[in-house]
Design a protein around this ligand. Structure first.
Ligand code: GSH
Length: 235
């Protein structure tokens, strides 16, 4: 009896749930990080097309009521970058290279740089992308130009390395790669050719897509654009 109760309690302590919606670029980060580390998890879908947040989200993330939320042993971790960092710390096995075992680089300076550029993705890339899909005419063209400018800046950060994490796939790769699912949307909505505009980034996306963790999470560009047309009222 006691042994069964202890096993149940341990199971509860170890249980991992990710609350998210399938096309959420922030949430994809959490799911990629978990798969990268081979952590089994339950996926609880929060339909973002519905205005009211579920009781689970309101209880687990009362401050922002946003997803993703990682629930580990009944306790929530909120904020996608925070979640990626947490996953890298708690499940630090799984990748061969020492530098990327925790997803964040081992070197403090590289770690600070990875966090800086991940914040740039959240503020600048996501900001310009939202303006691009929500504005029309000149404002839309300006947002597209900003967005491409930000992506080219990230290309320069990548340089001639295989991944932002160097030889290994790491924190900044996880932070940025979900946005590549929108490249098709940039082409359809902005009339640009992403392979011509950001060739190094497009090659990097292809390298990332060779990983099971990324392939298993990223939706098709077509599905991603379709649902965002609905979100942003694009005809
Ligand atoms: N900074 C947060 C952003 C998360 C976020 O904004 N999530 C949005 C979806 S993109 C959300 O859950 N919104 C709640 C709502 O639409 O009611 C993170 O990185 O997790």
């Amino acid at each position: 009896m006691a042994a069964a109760a202890a096993a149940r309690s341990q199971e509860h302590e170890e249980a991992v749930t990710c609350v998210d919606f399938w096309c959420n670029e922030f949430g994809m980060r959490a799911r990629i990080a978990l798969r990268e580390k081979g952590v089994p998890f339950a996926f609880v879908e929060e339909d973002l097309r519905v205005r009211r947040r579920s009781d689970l989200v309101r209880r687990m993330n009362p401050v922002h009521r946003s997803v993703p939320i990682l629930i580990h042993g009944g306790r929530p971790v909120c904020g996608s970058l925070n979640i990626v960092e947490y996953v890298g710390e708690v499940w630090s096995g799984g990748q061969e290279q020492e530098g990327t075992r925790r997803l964040l680089p081992a070197d403090p300076l590289e770690r600070a740089r990875a966090r800086f550029w991940a914040d740039f993705v959240d503020r600048e890339v996501y900001g310009a992308q939202t303006r691009f899909f929500t504005s029309r005419g000149e404002a839309k063209a300006a947002a597209m130009a900003d967005l491409l400018g930000h992506l080219r800046r990230l290309e320069a950060v990548l340089g001639d390395r295989a991944f932002f994490g160097g030889d290994g796939f790491g924190f900044l790769d996880v932070a940025l790669v979900p946005f590549s699912a929108m490249f098709h949307g940039y082409e359809r909505h902005g009339g640009v050719d992403m392979a011509a505009e950001c060739p190094a980034l497009v090659r990097w996306v292809a390298r990332c897509a060779e990983r099971e963790s990324v392939r298993g999470v990223l939706p098709s560009g077509h599905d991603m654009y379709e649902i965002h047309m609905e979100f942003y009222n694009i005809e």
